[in-house]
Design a protein around this ligand. Structure first.
Ligand SMILES: [Zn+2]
Length: 381
């Protein structure tokens, strides 16, 4: 159009031109910039808002522009920048966030922008950074951890960052690294000592589903699954596995001992097993799933014998000796287990998993640094 003779610049021609390419508005003579032409231009390309005369910039026109391209927010007059138009712009493209006035940056708007793309995180004022916003950022790219205020760098947030690439480990404070190393976390590839044997946990996104094949426990969880969600799901799966085996043992041994089959419960409790002989119920500790099946059998038999003798007198041990001559071996193992692992109420899994994973990541990062290829997130625009 710039090369076109002025004579050809008619209202109809200009309208057709901006409908084809909104940016053609820059060559439309001001006298022919009607509201209709301007609207058509910004609807085709939001950036055409730059060439709309000030007098014709209405809130509706600005809205149409940012609906087409959120970044057109940079040409919206200050007076029309409301939180509504800012939300529309940021939802259209996260890079619009940069043009949102500070006064309109609410935690909600920041969260929308960061969820849309991690690059908006750098434009979130420190005072508005909440744990939720930081988490949304590091879940997309661990490198965002560098813009997380120190006071919000919790072990959970740091671990999430480390697990989501981008070299987040560099920005994990030393003391937090120590905390992470001390804790047991469940991650894809964790060792789970199921029935006293190492089993590898495979975490996959999907609808909740668990499958145990050989030495692999496959667990599908809705993504993203945080630690609490993983631990709950794993507890659920383990309790089901334990209950299945325990039910069979209880039925079998009740028959052998000539007692009525009691009710069975799996619980988080201080004892390995408990017999409520008046209520006709046996409770078993959820942790029994981590130990060899023989240990579970010993606890089951021990508790069932209590239906015959409700204390630990010589008759009790004599019955136990008669039915399960090697029970001392399993009793010792339980005591050692207590000493070695200082069993707490908390879920414990793969004792050194976190350390191993962090060390692996550290090695990977060192290799990465040696290769000298710094990776930076590309801005999405
Ligand atoms: Zn007992």
């Amino acid at each position: 159009m710039p090369n076109l003779l002025e004579a050809y610049k008619t209202p109809e021609f200009c309208l057709a031109a901006v409908q084809y390419d909104g940016m053609a508005l820059m060559d439309v003579p001001n006298t022919l910039k009607t509201p209709e032409v301007c609207l058509a231009a910004v609807q085709q390309n939001g950036f055409a808002l730059e060439y709309v005369p000030k007098a014709l910039k209405t809130p509706e026109l600005c809205l149409a522009a940012v609906q087409n391209d959120g970044e057109a927010l940079m040409y919206v007059p200050k007076a029309f920048k409301t939180s509504e138009i800012c939300i529309v712009a940021v939802q259209q493209t996260n890079s619009a966030f940069e043009y949102v006035p500070k006064a309109l940056k609410t935690p909600e708007l920041c969260l929308i922008a960061v969820r849309k793309h991690v690059s908006a995180f750098a434009f979130v004022p420190s005072s508005l950074k909440t744990l939720e916003i930081c988490l949304a950022a590091v879940q997309q790219n661990g490198q965002a951890l560098q813009d997380v205020p120190e006071k919000l760098k919790t072990p959970k947030l740091c671990l999430t960052a480390v697990c989501h690439g981008g070299g987040g480990l560099r920005y994990v404070p030393k003391v937090i690294k120590e905390v992470i190393k001390r804790q047991d976390y469940i991650l894809d590839g964790s060792d789970i000592p199921l029935w006293g044997q190492n089993c590898v946990l495979r975490l996959l996104p999907g609808r909740f589903h668990a499958k145990l094949t050989g030495d692999t426990l496959q667990l599908r969880l809705p993504y993203p699954a945080d630690q609490v969600c993983c631990i709950r799901a794993l507890n659920r799966v383990c309790n089901t596995l334990l209950l299945k085996r325990a039910r069979f043992l209880v039925a079998d041994w009740s028959r052998t001992l000539g007692i009525a089959v009691p009710k069975l419960h799996i619980e988080d409790m201080r004892h390995w097993g408990r017999c409520y002989f008046r209520a006709g119920r046996v409770s078993l500790a959820a942790e029994l799933i981590w130990l060899p099946p023989k240990v579970l059998e010993y606890i089951v038999v021990h508790e069932l014998v209590h239906f015959l003798v409700n204390n630990h007198n010589t008759r009790f041990w004599a019955i136990l000796d008669q039915h399960l001559p090697d029970w001392r071996q399993w009793d010792n193992l339980l005591n050692n287990y207590h000493n070695h692992f200082a069993l707490s109420r908390r879920f414990r899994v793969g004792f050194n998993t976190a350390i191993r994973i962090i060390e692996q990541i550290e090695q990977m990062e060192q290799r990465h640094h040696r290769q000298g290829s710094a990776c930076h997130e590309k801005r999405n625009s």
